[in-house]
Design a protein around this ligand. Structure first.
Ligand code: AVI
Length: 314
């Protein structure tokens, strides 16, 4: 099924019946990726600059834990900006950035290769949350994963466990360097997802704008509002698109009814405790190693070793 077809089907399904929810992966067309890059520079959005600070401050210790000369795989590489902070100390032999947004990825990979002559960069366009076909491992190089940004938090708990299980298998004999956002004051979280410039709102609404571009729908964006709040019981930020009024929108020949106040759940962003994350990783088969954090304990970066032999190996 093409990307367009699965977007259409998933959107129709989400609007047909409760729970009205769709995967956040549909945010990331070229425009969504551009908006996400802007979010990362917002004063309220602390995760990016905090994680960058941790990677910069501790890159040498990370290289010691991870080992040099790895076959480095980044899940959801986007602009390949964060890996740049590690390259000098980590000195991987090869870099395989995986991302769903093809054009954005190719441009970022080309730029990275230009800036790092001698580093082999092989972009892989695909959905890393599903099974992705990677080139065979480099002989003699440990396969190491890099999954920054707390994108792990955009999975539900079961999906996160499934992703980590798959990663532990893919990276056996190496490991995973994983960024995870930490539980904190809800006001700080609320501000990060409700920025004053409205960039996060535009990012959320881009899902409907993308449907207009790709599926020929006629969503009027000003008839929806962006809603983002912290659900403390679930330890997650939720994002929704809420209809301001009763309306009907045609989606691929199907009339989709919206009641006033009806919400389409577009994203969860789970927050973790350090212990909670380590326990999840252990459950997936990793051996949790060192953890690095910032002085305010806003964000964490974990080294998770993937044993050569996993317990569920036959
Ligand atoms: C990509 N992901 C980790 C971001 C997050 O914080 O959950 C996506 C995002 N959504 C709104 N702002 C940023």
């Amino acid at each position: 099924m093409s990307g367009r077809e699965s977007f259409l089907l998933d959107l129709q399904r989400a609007l047909a019946a409760p729970p009205h929810a769709i995967s956040p992966k549909y945010f990331y067309d070229a425009e969504g990726s551009r908006l996400f890059d802007r979010i990362c520079d917002l004063p309220e959005y602390y995760p990016t600059r905090t994680e960058r600070g941790i990677l910069t401050r501790h890159s040498r210790e990370m290289a010691e834990a991870v080992g040099r000369g790895a076959d480095l795989v980044e899940f959801g590489a986007g602009s390949c900006a964060k890996v740049r902070l590690l390259l000098e100390d980590l000195r991987p032999r090869r870099f395989l950035p995986i991302d769903i947004s093809g054009d954005h990825l190719q441009a970022a990979a080309a730029e990275l290769e230009r800036d790092h002559p001698g580093l082999q960069v092989l972009p892989v366009v695909g959905d890393y949350s599903a099974e992705v076909e990677l080139p065979p491992p480099l002989p003699g190089a440990r396969r190491v994963g890099f999954f920054p940004g707390s994108t792990i938090g955009n999975f539900g708990p079961a999906e996160a466990l499934q992703f980590l299980r798959r990663a532990a298998r893919l990276l056996r004999g190496g490991g995973l360097l994983l960024g995870a956002d930490l539980i904190k004051d809800p006001d700080v979280l609320h501000a990060a997802y409700n920025d004053a410039q409205g960039v996060t709102a535009a990012f959320n609404l881009n899902l409907l704008a993308r449907a207009n571009r790709e599926l020929g729908t006629r969503f009027e964006l000003d008839r929806f509002w962006h809603s983002a709040f912290y659900n403390a019981a679930q330890q997650r930020i939720e994002m929704h698109l809420v209809s301001r009024e009763r309306q009907t929108v045609q989606v691929g020949g199907v009339a989709c009814e919206w009641l006033e106040g009806q919400a389409l759940h577009t994203e969860n962003s789970y927050k973790f405790s350090i212990e909670g994350l380590r326990s999840l990783a252990s459950q997936a088969g990793f051996r949790p190693g060192p953890v690095w954090t910032d002085p305010q304990h806003l964000f964490s970066v974990h080294w998770l070793e993937a044993p050569e032999h996993l317990e569920d190996d036959a």
